[in-house]
Structures are given as C-alpha cells and as structure tokens.
Design a protein around this ligand. Structure first.
Ligand code: SF4
Length: 165
C-alpha cells in the first residue's frame, strides 16, 4: 500500500521534526501510559505525547492500530499529494530520503547538547541552539543546514499547514 510505504520510510510527523506535541484525550493518555509510552503534561494540565514520540521505533509506530485520534487525522502535504496522485510513490519516497539526508547533514553540523533535557529530535535541538544561545551562535554551516532543512520541511511536508511548535 503506497501510503503506508511512504510513512514507514518517513516518520517526520512523529520524530519531532514537524511537531513538539500531540494532543490526547484522557482515555488515550491512560491507554498509552499503560503501554509504557512516556507522556508530558501541558500548562493547562492536560497530558500530551511529546515528540520525538516514545512509541516510535526507528521510523515505525509501535501503537499504530491504537494510535491517538490526532495522529489518525494528520496527513502532511506530501501524503496528500501522493493520495491525490499528484506525485508518484517513487517521487514521494525521494522527497522523504532528501529530508532525512538534509537532517543528517544538519545533525553533523550541530554542536553537542549535553544538557539533561536535550531534545532527542535533531530539529528541536537545532531550534533551541538557534534561539537560546546568543553567546554561542551556531556556525555558518550549521545555520545554513538548519535553514535549508526547515525550508524543505515547509515546502514538502508542512505546506499550507505552516509551522507549529
Ligand atoms: S510526515 Fe507525512 S509522509 Fe511522513 S510519516 Fe507523517 S504523514 Fe507520513
């Protein structure tokens, strides 16, 4: 099935590249907690699934058949383009591979983050490094890699949905 083939090679909407949190209904939070998936608490007291999702192994969702409604509803622009047959599976997989390659380049350029709360997500580490350390600015190569990766994610994945988190 092409759509699941695409997502199984991607995982960008679950690994913190596109989002920081997924909203949960109370029963979903309870079910995920029972399965040992780590949750976080938002300022309003509700529980959420912090991204990089703890249920993601490699690029595969380990709770796929029981995933929360917010995850079920979400389809990125690339997924929609494939579903509408605006791009072929081969083209869409090529976009996913490019996104992973850009992110890998960015990861190589990022300074190490040894703080206890360092995000697992490369994109979240990059955003934090770009915003939070004026005394330790990112190298030009890291800034370029960060800008290139965000622009690529905007163009192919977020599209009209825009950036969140
Ligand atoms: S970002 Fe899009 S293509 Fe990638 S896993 Fe999520 S829905 Fe699928």
């Amino acid at each position: 099935m092409p759509l699941s083939t695409l997502c199984l090679r991607c995982g960008m909407c679950c690994d913190g590249s596109l989002f920081t949190h997924v909203s949960l209904q109370p029963d979903e939070a309870t079910a995920l907690h029972r399965r040992g998936v780590p949750l976080s608490r938002r300022e309003d007291g509700t529980q959420a699934l912090a991204q990089h999702c703890g249920a993601l192994e490699g690029r595969t969702c380990t709770v796929y058949s029981d995933r929360p409604a917010s995850c079920r509803r979400y389809h990125c622009q690339l997924f929609a383009a494939l579903a509408e047959q605006e791009v072929s599976l081969e083209e869409a997989l090529g976009v996913v591979d490019q996104a992973h390659a850009l992110r890998a380049t960015l990861e190589r350029e990022l300074p190490g983050d040894v703080t206890p709360d360092a995000p697992r997500s490369v994109m979240q580490r990059a955003r934090r490094a770009a915003q939070a350390h004026p005394a330790r600015p990112l190298s030009q190569r890291a800034q370029d890699a960060y800008a290139n990766t965000e622009a690529f994610l905007d163009k192919h994945f977020r599209g009209r949905f825009g950036r969140r988190g």
